[in-house]
Design a protein around this ligand. Structure first.
Ligand SMILES: [Zn+2]
Ligand SMILES: [Zn+2]
Ligand SMILES: [Zn+2]
Length: 348
């Protein structure tokens, strides 16, 4: 089986019910594309120009307080507003359909130190971030107008992150967005037809095979999923069937903090750079239903392909046809797994 996977083939993503084209033979093709600048670390613990550093004034005149661990506030330039009106009904609603989308956008500073990242924060400090995510999910999800809470982090200028200060975002929306909605349907249908959970079954299978496992602790398994699109994409799966952060016990929260630290450290060590990514949690919608089918997980979507400066682009066939990758998920997992567990900036 492994040998036949060295030729072009497509793999199915049962969570999203989409295909990805895998072309392992293409990795030796010459590269003459763009060479990006290395995204290094900031040495500044405090940046007077950074609106997320304690004590600084944000656009609009609000002052970021002298916080000491985490700090959460409503985004000054929110993409969603809690009181948007219903749009005027179109004359051809099947072709020109618009719906009201109310919501809120929050910013969560992970730490007052401007120079840190999840990979270089202490596990106890990441645990405080996990607690803050849990409280945001609880309070935003309790508001009847909001049916989904999307927690995420954009890391690195290459991913469009406008500020290197360690922070993430929390957007909540009136409708369940397309990605978690598609996963809800896949999880529900798998449960109905198999009598078990898709991600419980998948995590068990990956743990037994071991081929794509990158990191594992008491409560979480990190794999390069069988269907990964991005070169070093990972999926962090809770080992127990937990629907959301609200089902976590104390040990689970500690384990998530530890997993985030270990996985982001491996990422940074891969090309000895501050590794860019979009990371986020998928969990049960907050629409008042029980969502027994839901299984908490995190997606990491990093763009880098072969160095700190060469990224993957989703263009051409990928925009018009389907996503495509060169190195196999098994090779990507192997490369991440053999890296040292200590961050390259903290080695003796
Ligand atoms: Zn800052
Ligand atoms: Zn499950
Ligand atoms: Zn997901």
């Amino acid at each position: 089986m492994t040998e036949s996977l060295q030729f072009p083939h497509r793999r199915f993503n049962p969570l999203r019910r989409q295909w990805v084209l895998v072309s392992p033979h293409r990795t030796d093709r010459p590269w003459q594309g763009e060479v990006n600048k290395t995204s290094g670390f900031s040495n500044l613990h405090y940046d007077p120009q950074c609106y997320l550093c304690p004590g600084n004034t944000r656009a609009g005149g609000k002052v970021t307080p002298q916080y000491e661990s985490v700090y959460v506030f409503d985004n000054d330039y929110a993409a969603l507003l809690p009181d948007s009106p219903e749009p005027v009904r179109a004359r051809a609603p099947e072709l020109l359909l618009a719906q009201r989308e109310r919501g809120r956008c929050r910013v969560l500073c992970f730490h007052p130190d401007h120079s840190l990242t999840l990979a270089r924060m202490a596990v106890e400090d990441i645990r405080r971030v996990v607690d803050a995510w849990t409280e945001e999910y609880r309070t935003l999800g309790a508001e009847p107008d909001f049916r989904y809470v999307q927690i995420f982090e954009n890391r690195g200028a290459i991913m469009g992150a406008s500020n290197p200060h360690p922070h993430g975002q929390i957007w909540t929306t009136e409708h369940v967005p397309d990605e978690p909605q598609a996963e809800t349907e896949a999880l529900r249908e798998y449960r109905a037809s198999h009598g078990s959970c898709l991600l419980c079954d998948y995590a068990g299978l990956e743990a037994r095979e071991g081929l794509r496992v990158v990191e594992e602790n008491a409560a979480f398994l990190a794999v390069v999923p069988w269907w990964a699109v991005w070169p070093f994409e990972t999926l962090v799966i809770a080992k127990r069937h937990v629907r959301s952060l609200l089902d976590f016990n104390e040990a689970d929260r500690d384990a998530l903090a530890e997993m985030l630290k270990k996985l982001t450290t491996r990422y940074d060590n891969l090309f000895e750079t501050s590794f860019p990514y979009t990371m986020g949690f998928h969990q049960a919608p907050t629409d008042g239903e029980a969502h027994e089918e839901w299984h908490f997980h995190a997606h990491f979507y990093p763009p880098l392909l072969r160095s700190a400066t060469v990224r993957k682009y989703m263009v051409g066939f990928e925009m018009l046809g389907m996503p495509q990758r060169d190195i196999t998920p098994e090779t990507a997992a192997e490369r991440l797994k053999v890296l040292p567990a200590v961050h390259f900036t903290q080695r003796q």
